[in-house]
Write a protein that binds this ligand. Sequence first.
Ligand SMILES: [Zn+2]
Length: 477
Amino acid sequence: MSNNGKLDFLISPEKYFPPDVKRGSLLNNEAFILAVERYLDALSESQYWPSSRIEEFQTLRLRKFTGLIEKKSQFWSQYFHRYGFYPEKAALEDLRNLPVLNRKMLLELGDKTYIRNDSMNLPTFSYYSSGTTGVSLKHFYSEREILINYGVFLFRHPALEKFSIGKLLSRKSFVVLGMPGFKHVFEKDFFYKNFPFIRSQDLDNSDLRKEIYASIRGAAPAFLVGYGSLLAKLAEWIIEDNVQLPIFAVRTTSEPISTTERETIRQITDGPVINMLSGNGVGYIGFECQNNQGCFHINSETNIMEIVNDDRVLPEDGDEGELVITSFAYTLNPVVRYAHNDVGRIFSNSCKCGRTLPLFKFHGRRGYEIVLPSGRKVRMMYLHRLHSNVLMGDARLGRLAKQFQIIQNRIDNLLLLIVPRQKISEAEEMKIRLAITELFNGEKINIEMRCVDVIPNGRGHKPSFFVPLSEFQKRKL
Ligand SMILES: [Zn+2]
C-alpha cells in the first residue's frame, strides 16, 4: 500500500472491509483477514508518526465522524450547535466546548443518543452492561463497525507484531476463562472453549483442570484469555501439575494483577502476557508498553483521550483526573467525550520504545474507594498498591493467603476476608492490620478479619478484591 493509501485506510477503515462482515462469518474469511492485516500494517507505521501528523490525522477523523452523526441525527446536530461545535471546521480543541458525559447523563438522555441504522450498518446488536453502579446501560452497535474495531485493536500490541494474525483468524484459537467483554463479539467465530462461570476455587477440581488443559491442547497454539485472578490461579496449577501446554499468548482482562501474579503467568508461556485497557462501549483504548510496564499507549488512530477534573481539561504531566474518551469507531452509539470511569494521567515525555502515541497510566474505577468517617476518600490506586505490594506481593504475606477481599460494610468498619494457605500468626495479623491502617492517616476505622474457604464472585461473576460501601449497601450483602 502506498503512503496515501495507508492514510486513507486509517481515516476510513470501513471502506476497506467487506460489506457483509458479521458475527459467525469471520472464521477463515479471507477478505476480512486481508483487511485486518492491512489495517494492522498501517497501524504499525502510524504508531511512530510525529505527534503533529497524528493530530492532523485525528482532526480529519473528528470532522468526518462528527459530520456524519450530525447529518444522521437531529439530537446530535442540535447538541453540537447548542455548544458551538461545528463539525466541518472543527479543531481538536473545539471538543472542549462539549460537555463531558457520564453514565448517569447517558441514561437520562436515553434512546435519542442512538442513531438509526442504514443499510451499511446492518445487522445491529445490543447488550447491557451493569458497570460498577449496578444501573444497566444499553450499548447499541452495528456488528460491522464493532467487528472492524475488535478484529483489529485486539491484536494491536507490540508483542503480536511478529505473529501472523491471519493464521490466528483461520481457526478457533481462544480459550477463555470468565466472561470478558469481547465474548459478545468473538465467541461465535473464534472461541475454542469458554468457561464462563468458573471461580478461582473451582480450579482446585482436577477434572475441571483436565478439561481446561484438553481445550488448550485442542486449540493449539492457544490464545488464553481471562480474568487476571483466574489466570493467575490456573498458572499456579499448571506449574503444580507440571504440564506443558501450547499457549501462544495470554491476555488478562477485567482486573489488575499483582507483580507476583504476572510472574506466575509468565512461567506458563514462552509468548507474551498482554495487558490492554478496554471499556464498555468504547472498545480498546490503549495497550501496555513493553518497555514501560504499567504504562499504556493510546490507540490515537481511533480514540481521543483527555484527562478531565471538574470540567477542566488537565495538561500532560498534570494532576490525575478522569479519563474522557471520544471514539471514531461507532456511528450508531456515538462516544463523544465519555467519562470512562477510570482515573489517570497522560505523560508528555517520549517513550523509550520509540512509539509516539501518547503514554498514560490509569487506576481503577472512580467510586471504588474507601470512604473515611471524615468524608475523606482513599482512592483505588492506594488500594491497588496495598493489594499488589503488601497483601499479595510482599513475599511473606503473599504466601499466607490465596486470596483477599476487603469489604467496607460500614463507614467505620472494614471486613477483610482471607482464604489462607496456612494458619496466620498474631504477628502476621498485626502486620496486615498495620498496612491497611497506614492508609487512613490517623482516622479510626475498625478492621475485622475473617478466614474463609471461599470468596464469592461479585457482580457479573467477576472476582473483586474490594467492595466499596456504596456497592455493599446497594447489594444488601
Ligand atoms: Zn512505549
